[in-house]
Ligand binder design. Structure first.
Ligand code: SAM
Length: 285
């Protein structure tokens, strides 16, 4: 009872269209991270956050039954809608084949190549959050408005020293400015997921610090956060089977003591980059 009341409070206006499509095609959701956003207020706020112009080509990952797609297409030059699940692809074709500015790409967003786009706006399939985000960040685009599980979003934007500060935070900060725009309660989806969500604004930019070798930096971050409670000296020594630093003990002895005595979780991305750079230079000698 309480749960229903709570959900009723949050939902501003359930989209009658979304409901009728789910019913007409007998779509229950649940598989492939299918949680359809049924609240028009949140749909509108996501579209508004994208600040679309008539020049924008928008990529949408996991278009589902097209509830967000339709709204994006009203303001953008073009929407490229990627969807994996055949029954939902049929709905998208039924709804949008006659709409000139919507292109449907059938397939796994992790596998298909994306055409050029200016913005990416998506209620993402949560199980591929990390992989799809870092795939997207290899493309050139202006702005991302992306929905994630709340806990994932919190890890993307955490300050150093907090429990959510992680490899994901440092990798995200390396590629982009990220901020949480809004928390989204589970009750505005059908079927409701088990946890709340959040919409993140992602602005890709060059890293605000120098990295001598990107692949080594990203590997270093992965390695030291896999031992986040250990002092950096020990996490480097313990993960050297991955990092493959020749004469690792000697190298570690040449690195600044104050960094070596701290844990990865207490070092800023800039500090982690400077340690990775020093190691890279020492191992390249
Ligand atoms: N856009 C709709 C909305 O906002 O209500 C649906 C979002 S739902 C959270 C995620 C969608 O991603 C589902 O339609 C699901 O079928 C699709 N999906 C899941 N994995 C995918 C993948 N690897 N590639 C493309 N689409 C995927």
């Amino acid at each position: 009872m309480y749960k229903n009341l709570k959900n009723a409070y949050f939902i501003q206006e359930v989209s009658a269209l979304v409901r009728s499509i789910l019913k007409k095609y007998n779509i229950k959701g649940g598989t492939f991270d299918q949680h359809f956003l049924i609240d028009t207020g949140y749909l509108d706020r996501i579209v508004a956050a994208a600040e679309l112009t008539a020049q924008d080509t928008v990529l949408e990952i996991g278009a589902g039954i097209g509830n967000l797609t339709e709204r994006l297409a009203r303001s953008a030059k073009k929407v490229i809608a990627v969807e994996l699940d055949p029954p939902l692809i049929s709905v998208l074709h039924d709804r949008f084949d006659a709409v000139e500015n919507i292109e449907i790409i059938e397939g796994d967003a992790l596998k298909v190549d994306f055409p050029e786009f200016d913005k990416v706006v998506s209620n993402l399939p949560y199980s591929i959050s990390s992989e799809i985000t870092f795939k997207l960040l290899r493309y050139k685009f202006e702005l991302g408005i992306l929905m994630y599980q709340y806990e994932f979003a919190a890890r993307m934007v955490s300050p150093p020293g907090c429990k959510d500060y992680s490899r994901l935070t440092v990798d995200t900060y390396y590629f982009a400015d990220a901020s949480i725009l809004m928390k989204v309660p589970k009750g505005v989806f059908q079927p409701a997921p088990e946890v709340d969500s959040a919409v993140v604004k992602l602005i890709p930019r060059p890293a605000p610090f120098e990295v001598r070798d990107e692949a080594f930096f990203l590997e270093f971050v992965t390695a030291v956060f896999s031992q986040r409670r250990k002092k950096l000296r020990n996490s480097i020594l313990n993960t050297n089977y991955k990092l493959k630093i020749p004469d690792v003990k000697e190298v570690v002895n040449q690195l600044p003591e104050d960094f070596m005595n701290k844990r990865a979780e207490n070092l800023t991305p800039e500090e982690l980059a400077s340690v990775a750079n020093m190691i890279y230079d020492l191992k390249s000698r």
